[in-house]
Design a protein around this ligand. Structure first.
Ligand SMILES: CC(C)(COP(=O)(O)OP(=O)(O)OC[C@H]1O[C@@H](n2cnc3c(N)ncnc32)[C@H](O)[C@@H]1OP(=O)(O)O)[C@@H](O)C(=O)NCCC(=O)NCCS
Length: 247
């Protein structure tokens, strides 16, 4: 059984922050999670390619060719990953890009990365666990109306309404928790799957917890009816979600 890691939020001094590119780095969080949780804020205006060297992050060829925003978010995400790995005893370890953009973690480490706006996040733990994190800025009302039926079924919509979560929040939460689930399951499933392949069954608005199930078999080990536990929190003007086994 894994030992919970006590992680009160700690803002770290930014001595190696790459000339101000990383403007804020926080280890731990108020999130109820047994692994390492780390988030940073970055300043896109200060991005330059040389920051990859400064921050000791490998710049892969496909990212070298990307636009400035993509390079900056990749760098910030990998910087968070490196700091999180350091806390588990992995110093100077790179996280290469795997199939379908999945991050390739060291053996026996499960992790997940997200970025949105100027925020990058990494959650990490030991063991082969289904772990996924996602940060989402609010989905604009017009877009929400257009995509709603591809993200949730009617039963989920009713559950959110019964949980008393405001309509302007719940689609962003549903979208984000399902992206977290996708990231958590990708290493096993090894293929894309649909938002409606997962269903949010229970919502606890006070504890900000959710339970999801799968509506079809995705691979021999990941079956219809399997349950996954999630957390959501409003922060940095967006929604942060995490899929992790309960502890
Ligand atoms: C991959 C995807 C989840 C990324 O989400 P996003 O909101 O666009 O972007 P985020 O910033 O939150 O996450 C991006 C990070 O997710 C991680 N990621 C991307 N693809 C991944 C995959 N196949 N498996 C695990 N993690 C993945 C990467 O670390 C990536 O950051 P990086 O490219 O800098 O390393 C999304 O674009 C997608 O394709 N989803 C597939 C469909 C889906 O989610 N279905 C729901 C099923 S219930």
């Amino acid at each position: 059984m894994m030992e919970p890691l006590e992680q009160p939020p700690i803002q770290q001094p930014l001595m190696e922050s790459g000339h101000g590119f990383i403007t804020f780095l926080e280890t731990g969080s108020s999130i109820d999670f047994f692994g390492v949780f780390l988030q940073c804020r970055f300043d896109l205006a200060l991005y330059q390619d040389s920051l990859f060297d400064t921050l000791s992050v490998h710049l892969p060829e496909e990212i070298r060719r990307a636009c400035k925003k993509r390079k900056a978010e990749f760098l910030a995400g990998r910087y968070c990953a490196a700091q999180a790995l350091k806390q588990l005893g992995f110093a100077n370890v790179q996280v290469p890009i795997g199939p379908n953009r999945s991050p390739l973690w060291p053996t026996d480490i499960s992790g997940s990365i997200s970025h949105g706006g100027d925020i990058a996040i990494c959650a990490l733990t030991r063991g082969p666990l289904a772990l996924g994190v996602d940060f989402e800025l609010p989905i604009p009302t017009e877009t929400a109306a257009e995509i709603k039926n591809t993200i949730v079924c009617t039963a989920e919509e009713i559950r959110f309404s019964q949980a008393g979560i405001a309509p302007e929040h719940w689609l962003t939460i549903a979208f984000s928790i399902k992206e977290s689930l996708f990231k958590a399951l990708y290493a096993k499933v090894q293929q894309y799957f649909d938002f409606l392949d997962a269903e949010i069954l229970y919502i606890d608005p006070l504890a900000q917890k959710l339970t999801l199930t799968l509506t079809r078999d995705l691979c021999p080990d990941v079956r219809a009816g399997d349950l996954y536990h999630g957390i959501f929190q409003f922060q940095h003007n967006g929604v942060l979600t995490l899929i992790a086994p309960p502890h």
